[in-house]
Design a binder for this molecule. Structure first.
Ligand code: SF4
Ligand code: SF4
Length: 156
């Protein structure tokens, strides 16, 4: 299946030998496995700092492909969407999914075999059951006060 994220022409297994801070923009973008988990809304307990994941998805997330439907121009619609960089990564680790490739490499862990960079197939992340495919409800369908009713465990 064709890959919506361009992973062609990159340095051979760059994620194993190029530090995050030294990756090119294309290599950085290619690290995203397309799981969609970072596009789910979270609930943070102000007292404990605990973060709960909900299945309430950002309005731009395509629940089937698990990709942002307007990625290049997403900030026009969702100004609060973060731009993850090697510099800002550390400050986001507290909420980032356990299987996120950026988190794994930051922690010195290898990528999973289902990562499209390894499998060569963007569908492998969905077959492995670690994406949000068919799990989400769009945020415009759920009142903010009801997000608590949609808390889920991260699909691993
Ligand atoms: S959690 Fe990480 S790997 Fe998954 S879609 Fe978000 S940035 Fe990409
Ligand atoms: S704007 Fe796009 S990338 Fe940002 S959270 Fe929403 S769906 Fe995800």
């Amino acid at each position: 299946m064709s890959d919506a994220i361009d992973r062609t022409g990159l340095r051979d297994r760059f994620w194993e030998h190029v530090p995050l801070k030294k990756m090119t923009q294309r290599e950085w973008e290619a690290l995203c496995d397309g799981c969609g988990k970072c596009c789910l809304n979270k609930l943070e307990d102000e007292e404990t700092g605990d973060v709960a994941l909900t299945r309430v998805a950002c309005r731009l997330l395509d629940g089937e492909s698990c990709l942002c439907s307007q990625y290049p121009i997403r900030h026009q619609f969702v100004p609060e969407c973060i731009t993850l960089t090697a510099k800002t990564l550390e400050s986001h680790l507290y909420w980032m999914p356990q299987t996120c490739a950026y988190r794994l490499l930051h922690e010195g862990q290898p990528l999973y075999d289902w990562h499209p960079l390894i499998s060569g197939d963007p569908e492998s992340v969905h077959r492995a059951g670690v994406s949000v495919r068919n799990l989400t409800v769009p945020e415009f369908e759920v009142d903010d006060d009801d997000w608590e009713d949609h808390i889920i465990e991260e699909p691993l």
